[in-house]
Design a protein around this ligand. Structure first.
Ligand SMILES: NC(=O)C1=CN([C@@H]2O[C@H](COP(=O)(O)OP(=O)(O)OC[C@H]3O[C@@H](n4cnc5c(N)ncnc54)[C@H](O)[C@@H]3O)[C@@H](O)[C@H]2O)[C@@H](O)CC1
Ligand SMILES: Nc1ncnc2c1ncn2[C@@H]1O[C@H](COP(=O)(O)OP(=O)(O)O)[C@@H](O)[C@H]1O
Length: 287
């Protein structure tokens, strides 16, 4: 049974901020960024995590990328994190309540940083290079995953981690039922929440919850097919995890708000616009 993703009243209520709360009540998201000249994707994710309401967001980059990022960031904080050892040290701070990595990370840095991020047993979003880096050894990745990890592949990344399931999707003519079965199987196999992106985005949990956000027909948002839109989604989900949302709720609410931001902007949108559209989306929801 596949349920449609909707923004329920409890989720809407959880998105608002209590009048007497302070920033640490809303969590601290850590986003890993890539090297010089590859920083855009991480910055998009970090900005999205902050806009969706995480109290603090830090972008952790290789020391050689600090100058580039310092010139581009204000509200998002910046930390030099050279290697996995250094990341583990940062994650000793229990106030860091969620981690996102993959966008723009590069495959070698992803291979080093993913185990360090998972070691800390904090909710984690794995996207882009954090998924592709394990194409040759998926069992190494799956052996470290937990139900509070959210994997956010597009179809190309999904095929790298689950080639047989991607083949089954293709064999079924890319029909929604076949995609849903494949994502459910991927969640069961990996032990994590799996979110397969696309015009119809599917979310599955290891224990069998299955949901779809259908951005076709009246809900179409075709201008989301633009570079960096997925990096923004990863950041939104990380921000919600940092705020304490359950993994499946963070994934579903993130997809819903991302699509709504896309619809509110319409033709001409680029990835940078999506986090900036969230205040308008929240206003329309009465948040
Ligand atoms: N502004 C930026 O800095 C951006 C950086 N990006 C980063 O660039 C790196 C490479 O990511 P890419 O996803 O571009 O490239 P990848 O090579 O990882 O994946 C793209 C490949 O997958 C295939 N594919 C199959 N189905 C697909 C689907 N539904 N959607 C997308 N691709 C599909 C494509 O044909 C292509 O061959 C990542 O680190 C990513 O985060 C991108 O996110 C784009 C924006
Ligand atoms: N035609 C479409 N209609 C609605 N949403 C789309 C469409 N194409 C892509 N998207 C959404 O846009 C985002 C694209 O992410 P992704 O493919 O990872 O791009 P990138 O790697 O460039 O960030 C996903 O959230 C996906 O669901």
């Amino acid at each position: 049974m596949i349920r449609p993703i909707a923004l329920t009243e409890p989720v809407r209520a959880a998105l608002s901020k209590r009048v007497d709360a302070h920033k640490f009540d809303h969590g601290h998201a850590l986003v890993l960024g890539g090297g010089p000249g590859r920083g855009g994707a991480g910055r998009l994710a970090a900005r999205a995590a902050l806009r969706i309401g995480a109290g603090l967001v830090t972008l952790a980059v290789p020391p050689v990328a600090v100058a580039e990022n310092a010139a581009r960031l204000d509200a998002v904080m910046l930390a030099p994190v050279p290697d996995g050892y250094s990341l583990r040290g940062m994650l000793a701070d229990p106030r860091i309540s969620a981690v996102a990595l993959g966008p723009g990370l590069g495959l070698p840095r992803a291979r080093e940083m993913v185990p360090a991020a998972l070691w800390a047993k904090r909710p984690v979003v794995l996207d882009a290079d954090a998924l592709s880096a394990f194409e040759e050894d998926t069992e190494l990745l799956f052996g470290q995953l937990r139900p509070d990890c959210v994997l956010t592949p597009h179809m190309g990344e999904f095929a790298r981690l689950f080639p047989d399931l991607a083949a089954a999707i293709r064999a079924g003519g890319d029909a929604i039922a076949g995609r849903a079965d494949a994502v459910a199987a991927a969640a069961a196999r990996s032990g994590a929440v799996v979110l397969l992106k696309g015009a119809q985005t599917i979310v599955a949990t290891p224990d069998g919850d299955l949901a779809v956000n259908d951005a076709t027909g009246a809900q179409a948002s075709p201008w989301l097919a633009t570079a960096g839109a997925g990096d923004v989604l990863a950041g939104m989900i990380a921000g919600l995890l940092a705020r304490g949302f359950a993994p499946v709720d963070a994934a579903c609410a993130g997809v819903w708000l991302h699509a709504e931001a896309g619809r509110s902007l319409g033709p001409g949108l680029i990835a940078e616009d999506l986090p900036e559209a969230l205040p308008g989306v929240f206003r329309a929801l009465g948040i």
